[in-house]
Write a new protein. Structure first.
Length: 264
């Protein structure tokens, strides 16, 4: 009898666990088709977006609860891998000039007249105080509506949530869990899925046609928070020149590894 009782308990616990994993809507064949269709909509968004040059004026607020800092930034490029970002604190006070070209990353700090370099596949923006868990290329893709270039074109599992939202577990890098609205737009992303660790992000959109991200709300499990707000989008008539896309370092400035960078 004891063995039967234990076996029944185990079966009951297994059933409860299985029920806990069930999505909010039954995964009928119709819902599975809807999940695939919404994902296809997501992957096609931005594929035909203009490759024209762009410049974004941004506001960045970051820190911990009750202790935040605000900077502004100019972010520009020609929709290529070479990208430029200038970060300002106060009126006209540039604290960091950044160039990313593929996996080559260079930052010049006018405040201490030093330059720092990095080469690799990590996310060096966090090291220089830009509060986003992406590199500049992925940030540019996200803010310009090329979402599948950031989150990938395939998923492992998906289910519907209340409010007709669809949630997908991602393959590859960056991985995590992505939530899409009815239009296939990414409205939330969690770096570690259901885990409490890592970054979580919510995305709000402007009223453009098609809509583009206007605000990123980011929070990390270590208590750090960040808001990235797009203040203005510019579309220059001509591509930026090589000179405009180059980060010139004054003569005699020491070039150091990025690990030695200290935020002003």
């Amino acid at each position: 009898m004891k063995k039967i009782f234990v076996l029944c308990c185990i079966c009951s616990l297994a059933l409860l666990a299985a029920c806990a994993r069930q999505p909010s809507l039954d995964m009928t064949p119709e819902n599975q088709v809807r999940l695939e269709e919404r994902w296809q909509t997501f992957t096609t968004l931005g594929q035909h977006s203009s490759l024209a040059p762009y410049r974004l004026q941004m506001s960045l607020r970051f820190g911990t609860e009750g202790d935040t800092r605000r900077v502004t930034a100019l972010f520009w490029g020609n929709s290529q891998r070479r990208l430029r970002l200038d970060v300002m604190a106060g009126v006209g006070a540039t604290v960091a000039k950044i160039l990313e070209d593929g996996q080559h990353f260079l930052v010049y700090s006018p405040t201490d007249n030093k330059a720092y370099f990095y080469q690799g596949a990590a996310k060096p923006l966090l090291q220089v105080g830009v509060p986003v868990p992406f590199n500049l290329e992925h940030l540019a893709d996200l803010l310009n509506g090329r979402y599948s270039a950031v989150f990938g074109k395939s998923f492992t599992t998906g289910h519907f949530m209340p409010g007709d939202l669809a949630q997908y577990t991602l393959e590859g890098t960056p991985g995590g869990v992505l939530t899409l609205d009815q239009a296939g737009l990414p409205v939330a992303w969690s770096e570690k899925g259901d885990s409490a660790k890592g970054w979580k992000m919510e995305v709000a959109y402007d009223n453009a046609t098609p809509p583009l991200p206007q605000r990123l709300n980011l929070v990390h499990s270590n208590g750090k928070r960040a808001i990235v707000l797009i203040k203005d989008r510019e579309k220059p008539a001509a591509p930026f020149t090589d000179e405009q896309m180059t980060l010139s370092i004054p003569e005699g400035v020491p070039l150091l590894p990025l690990a030695k960078y200290r935020q002003p």
